[in-house]
Design a protein around this ligand. Structure first.
Ligand code: NAD
Ligand code: IPM
Ligand code: MN
Length: 376
């Protein structure tokens, strides 16, 4: 019996609801395939913050690093100003553990209707490879009161420490905000290699880059050039650069037309929600934040405060994250059992078993139980 330590941060809103089902399903896969999880739970999120004032203590980072992987539900709650928990917990973890790849596969299921009807036999089988540490997520910016501003900034990433100075004055004077993005050669190179290696593994000949050099030339012009440079080292593969606006247009009209989509951080965030919706719903979108030390698995969706506590949350994204996590730690038979269980559950279930998001009436709990039962 193999044992693994998994850090579990259920978080806010539907986070605890969907991760509870994912834990159930992983434990079922463990019983069948001979492994056992020691789940190490962390309470961080809105309730903990509102009660104690603590967002996320640095002291837990060292013990998290000793875990084999991490699973996160979602953080963010209407009771807390946007960004405090998201940046203070989620992005802090991504940056601290240098999880530079955000891998977000989007697969359609024969039994789940897509909002854009697919031709018979055609399915969406796409994966967003999102750069996860740079771009407009550097956290560098300022708001200026009248009179302009002049502030130092710093950011720390696995690859480097960045320091600088931001100074601005508007004439005529006005209150304003500035935020800058950054991309670096090593940052672009490592994610581009990941995207090409993945496309090769999938037997594909092309990677599509979501860019926008026409409007944001410094940042995304650099992205295009650096990506081309890396792509040239893959002689049998093509790089197709597409403006992100046009990419969204083509995705909405022909969602099955893409394989690996390489995205800078912000576009990857947006494109992955769109792709999840195109496969049937956000409750199907799984993802992994992959780095060379601790990797963290979390659904594409957020804490969905509008449906928290109602049982309407679809736990399949969290369950599919669990499969990605098992693959990552080397339990690929367990991962496959989960994926197969989800496919067969969706294929065989009537309205009473189908998630509410997908047009059925099954609660989060019922769906988790049903998938776990298929694995036993
Ligand atoms: P959201 O993804 O939480 O919700 C968008 C819409 O999709 C909502 O209508 C919601 O009900 C629905 N939805 C999402 N997941 C679902 C599921 N599993 N089953 C059924 N329906 C589902 O996005 P939002 O409303 O922009 O964000 C809410 C909060 O979550 C914010 O605080 C945001 O910052 C945070 N957030 C956190 C993460 C994360 O921690 N990984 C990701 C995205 C958003
Ligand atoms: C996601 C989320 C986060 C992001 C937010 C909550 C900071 O939307 O994981 O997709 O933008 O990366
Ligand atoms: Mn997002």
């Amino acid at each position: 019996m193999k044992n693994y330590k998994i850090a579990l941060l259920p978080g806010d809103g539907i986070g605890p609801e969907v991760t509870a089902e994912a834990v159930k399903v992983v434990d079922a896969a463990g019983s069948r395939h001979g492994f056992q999880m020691q789940w190490i739970r962390y309470p961080f999120g809105a309730a903990h913050y509102n009660k104690t004032g603590e967002i996320f203590p640095d002291s837990v980072l060292a013990e998290m690093r000793l875990c084999d992987a991490m699973m996160l539900g979602a953080v963010g709650d209407p009771s807390v100003k946007p960004g405090i928990l998201e940046r203070g917990i989620l992005l802090k973890l991504r940056f601290h553990f240098d999880q530079y790849i955000n891998l977000r596969p989007a697969c359609s299921y024969e039994s789940v209707p897509c909002p854009v009807p697919l031709s018979k036999g055609v399915r969406i089988d796409s994966v967003v490879v999102r750069e996860n540490t740079e771009d407009f997520y550097m956290g560098i910016g300022m708001t200026t009161q009248k009179g302009g501003a002049d502030v130092p900034f710093q950011a720390e990433r696995g690859l480097y420490k960045l320091t600088g100075h931001l100074s601005a004055k508007f004439v005529p004077d006005c209150e304003a905000a500035l935020q800058i993005g950054a991309l670096t050669r090593p940052g672009v190179e490592r994610v581009t290699r990941h995207a090409f290696d993945l496309a090769q593994k999938r037997g594909e000949k092309e990677v599509v880059l979501a860019s926008k050099a026409n409007a944001v030339p410094f940042l995304y012009g650099f992205l295009d050039e650096e990506t081309k440079r890396v792509a040239a080292t893959y002689p049998n593969m093509a790089l197709k650069i597409q403006n992100v606006d046009a990419l969204c247009y083509h995705l909405a009209r022909n969602p099955a037309g893409y394989g690996v989509i390489l995205c800078p951080n912000l576009f990857g965030d947006i494109v992955s929600d769109l792709l999840s919706a195109l496969t049937g719903g956000l409750g199907l979108g799984a993802g992994g934040n992959i780095g060379d030390s601790l990797s963290m698995f979390e659904p594409v969706h957020g804490s969905a405060p509008d449906i928290a506590g109602t049982g309407k949350a679809n736990p399949l994204a969290a369950i599919l994250c669990a499969a990605m996590m098992l693959d990552h730690i080397g339990e690929s038979a367990g991962a496959k059992s989960i994926q197969d269980a989800v496919t067969s559950y969706l294929g065989e279930s009537g309205a009473a078993q189908r998630p509410i998001e997908l047009g059925g009436s099954a609660s989060c709990h019922t769906v988790g139980d049903g998938v776990a039962k298929k694995i036993e």
